[in-house]
Design a protein around this ligand. Structure first.
Ligand code: DGY
Length: 315
């Protein structure tokens, strides 16, 4: 009976699938104690799957991340032990792109600030110069990382009349650039041209602190940053300075350098919208993510090929 250790409670459908192959599923309370016997591990992104953890799991055959991001997994250590790593591309693309736009709009129009003011009893009737935000139509949205989520964000930009420029690892085929209305740029050009810069790259050694102090200084005066990818792409201490002293007008963040900690400077600033890492948090999307992780476990434990091995395509 293969043991599956999962750090999140799996939905009914996933449990039925795994129990169908006789798996013994050990949930959030029992997963750590079950590592010694586990052939599959489903780790939330708050669990570091490193060489030390793998030492305790000698029978492991698959690490099935229930997320698209897998920076919490040491892939080299897994590969050295022949352990397959899978993630959940596609199933969260639209929900994450929706949230990116919700955060972008909330940030540029300073909506949470306006709502807080109303709840505090400060709304005294329509005021011509009150609660002003920025415009989107005719402005440039810069996207760093044109994988699945970056492209879904770009697709929505036309509805708001924004121009799209992008940079990153992958250059799109010209036909797709035309369809998205997206023009390629270098990183430096993107920093200089974007009225709103939205990050959609995975966290790798190359992208850690991509937006450091120097890059932040080169952003357009009065521009906005939106980050729904990974916190460590941005040097948070430098971001606080760029929001306080310029050039940034505001930032919308869903992810942080040291989650669940949020840089105290960010909490104090009025021009920042802060969300608790909810990019993919819809009921259906999270169910699809958990189901895909379970289907990957099912595949590997029954000797089939994993459905979505990491490295199978751009994010
Ligand atoms: C992921 O899947 O990597 C997200 O950050 C959680 O939605």
């Amino acid at each position: 009976m293969p043991v599956v250790a999962t750090t999140l409670p799996l939905p009914e459908g996933a449990l039925r699938l795994l129990e169908g192959i006789g798996a013994d599923v050990r949930g959030p309370e029992g997963w750590a104690g079950a590592l010694g016997e586990a052939e599959a591990l489903v780790p939330l992104l708050t669990v570091r799957v490193d060489a030390a953890l793998l030492e305790r799991a000698p029978r492991l055959r698959i690490v099935a991340c229930p997320t698209v991001g897998h920076d919490h997994v040491d892939r080299a250590a897994c590969a050295a032990r022949g352990i397959v790593v899978t993630n959940t591309p596609d199933v969260l693309t639209e929900a994450t792109a929706d949230l990116t736009w919700a955060l972008l709009l909330a940030t540029v129009r300073a909506l949470p600030q306006a709502e807080r003011s109303l709840r505090a009893g400060e709304f005294r009737g329509w005021g011509f110069w009150d609660y002003l935000g920025g415009d989107l139509a005719g402005r440039t949205l810069g996207i760093f990382g044109m994988g699945r989520i970056g492209r879904a964000v770009a697709r929505r930009a036309g509805a708001f009349g924004m121009r799209v420029r992008y940079a990153g690892r992958t250059r799109l085929p010209e036909e797709e650039e035309r369809a998205l209305g997206a023009e390629p740029a270098s990183w430096d050009e993107l920093l200089a041209a974007s009225d709103v810069l939205s990050l959609h790259a995975p966290l790798t050694p190359d992208t850690r602190h991509l937006l450091d102090r120097d890059a932040l200084r080169r952003m357009r005066p009065g521009s906005y940053l939106v980050n729904t990818a990974r916190g460590p792409l941005v040097d948070e201490a430098a971001l606080v300075e760029a929001l306080r002293d310029g050039p940034l007008a505001g930032a919308g963040l869903d992810v942080y350098e040291r989650e669940p900690e949020v840089h105290p400077g960010l909490l104090e600033l009025p021009n920042v919208v802060l969300l608790p890492h909810v990019g993919s948090a819809t009921r259906d999307t999270r169910t699809r993510m958990a189901m895909l992780a379970a289907r990957n476990v099912h595949a590997v434990l029954t000797g089939a090929a994993p459905l979505t091995p990491v490295g199978g395509g751009p994010r």
